[in-house]
Design a protein around this ligand. Structure first.
Ligand code: NAP
Length: 472
């Protein structure tokens, strides 16, 4: 595929191969952008902003509705592409594609709800005869940088609100999974988006990232990815807005009165969705000691039934990790934990990029698989005796995206909801639950600001105050 620069699909001699991580087969290639391409993208985006802000709200919404229907009509093609270039099974990929339709539709709806307020200027002496209000205006050029694990919907989460706000966007998708993003860009153009309003530049973040991030023509960097790249971006961005959706190490508490069957089902899915490469994936489960043995038995039984392998097979529950190197990293983390005294209850084996869904117990707090974001298909079980202990342990790491608690006791549920330090607490769902229109984001190293269309729209716009001093 080609990249989208200055209103044209452009190619380069140097190309990057995009391969299916399941069998290493070549899917396609994309151009490797140069520094000159970055300049072209920046110049075109500034012109694109002039076009974008002239679109009426009605026109922006119509483009987004039309794009949503193009994705919907081609849902299976989008799903197959998501599945092939990434880690998701075809069933997981269909869910992502239909969530993308929702993200674009809600972006169209929210474009119409971006409201201002009148201001009571006469509420303080000196404000007599003043009348005024604020409205929100587009921020300008938004640089959107996206990760590999949701190659379509996380792109829609940035482009959708950015178009709704009246901005121009430069998108830099993950190098291992750029194809779904390019296909979405094609749908946006087909839906009538003025071509300069969106640039999609393909190339390595480590090579073109700094140039894009530093440039003062960019007014906001909206980044989703790992903490290390996030720190680098924050250190060089200068004076511009930054939105950061980073990683986590999500804890779940399972209380003694929980519906065990539902908790097991939800946590197994939450731990192994997208082969565990999920920013809100379940990594640590704190289980009341009185039900620990039973929970463990059922959890291991359910996990052992997982079918892993070919992503395009309808029967497959879990596909490969994004690269063999990533699977080797997880293997080494499991080994380190075992060397430190942990036990593997099921899984632990690797074949190429496939890593078995793995359940561990007795994981020491000094093991990486306990305190780092694993971003792979492993989960740790821990018994706990009381809620204070569970909350303290759940909150003990420098992340805070989602947390969850399973209980039928309303007191325990509220104590969990208020006591867990993070951006969202799920009660009787695993941490992996997300509605695309809810505020989404984290605290501590999990991020800055919030996504979730309406909230992204606030981040991607600025309030302007208008005040009239009326003649007396
Ligand atoms: P990553 O390695 O940080 O890469 C994310 C994006 O940043 C890619 O497009 C990458 O480009 C680019 N990038 C890397 N270094 C850069 C730099 N110095 N300057 C500018 N851009 C740079 O993350 P990943 O492995 O793709 O994704 C996994 C991480 O994302 C996990 O930590 C996960 O938790 C997090 N995540 C968070 C959320 C959330 O909403 N909170 C959602 C999904 C994923 P290249 O591909 O070219 O390296």
């Amino acid at each position: 595929m080609k990249m989208l620069l200055n209103g044209e699909w452009v190619d380069r001699d140097h190309r990057i191969e995009v391969k299916d991580p399941f069998d290493d087969s070549l899917i396609d290639t994309v151009p490797k952008a140069t520094s000159e391409d970055v300049e072209t993208a920046l110049t075109a985006a500034v012109q694109g902003f002039e076009q974008a802000k002239k679109l009426t709200v009605y026109e922006r919404a119509q483009i987004l509705y039309k794009t949503a229907s193009i994705v919907s009509e081609n849902l299976e093609d989008f799903a197959r592409l998501i599945s092939r270039e990434g880690s998701k099974t075809i069933r997981e990929a269909r869910k992502e594609a239909s969530r993308c339709v929702n993200t674009l539709t809600v972006s169209a709806e929210e474009a119409k709800r971006l409201l201002g307020e009148t201001i009571p200027f006469d509420s303080f002496p000196g404000g007599e005869n003043r009348l005024g209000y604020f409205y929100r205006f587009p921020i300008g050029v938004v640089l959107a940088i996206t990760p590999f694990n949701d190659p379509l919907n996380l792109v829609a989460h940035k482009i959708g609100p950015s178009i709704a706000a009246g901005n121009a966007t430069i998108l830099k998708p993950a190098t291992v999974t750029p194809l779904s993003a390019l296909k979405l860009a094609g749908a946006l153009l087909e839906a009538g988006l003025p071509p300069l309003v969106l640039q999609v530049i393909t190339g390595y973040g480590s090579e073109i990232g700094d140039h894009l991030v530093r440039d003062q023509r960019v007014r906001m960097v909206s980044f989703t990815g790992g903490v290390e790249a996030g720190k680098q971006i924050a250190s060089i961005a200068g004076i511009k807005k930054i939105g950061m959706e980073l990683g986590s190490n999500s804890p779940v508490i399972v209380w003694e009165d929980a519906d065990l069957k539902e908790a097991v089902e939800s946590c197994v899915s939450g731990a192994f969705w997208a082969a565990g490469q999920n920013c809100i994936g379940v990594q640590r489960i704190y289980i009341h000691r009185s039900i620990y043995k039973e929970f463990k038995k059922e959890f291991v039984k359910r996990t052992s039934r997982y079918k892993i392998g070919d992503k395009l097979n309808e029967e497959t529950d879990m596909g490969p990790m994004i690269t063999e190197g990533e699977a080797k990293r997880v293997e080494s983390w499991v080994k380190e934990a075992v060397d430190m005294g942990a036990s593997v209850l099921t899984g632990g084996k690797r074949r190429g990029a496939l890593f078995d869904p793995t359940v561990l117990e007795n994981v020491p707090e000094g093991a990486m698989i306990h305190y780092e974001e694993v971003f792979g298909p492993t989960v740790n079980l821990y018994p706990v005796d009381d809620l204070d202990e569970a909350l303290k342990k759940a909150n003990s790491l420098p992340y805070g995206l989602h947390a969850a608690i399973f209980t039928k006791n309303v007191d325990i549920a509220f104590k969990g909801a208020y006591g867990l330090d993070c951006g969202g607490v799920m009660v009787n769902d695993s941490t992996d639950y997300r509605l695309d229109s809810m505020p989404f984001g984290g605290i501590k190293y999990s991020g800055l600001g919030r996504e979730g269309i309406k909230f992204s729209l606030l981040e991607m716009t600025e309030p302007k105050v208008i005040c009239f001093n009326l003649s007396r």
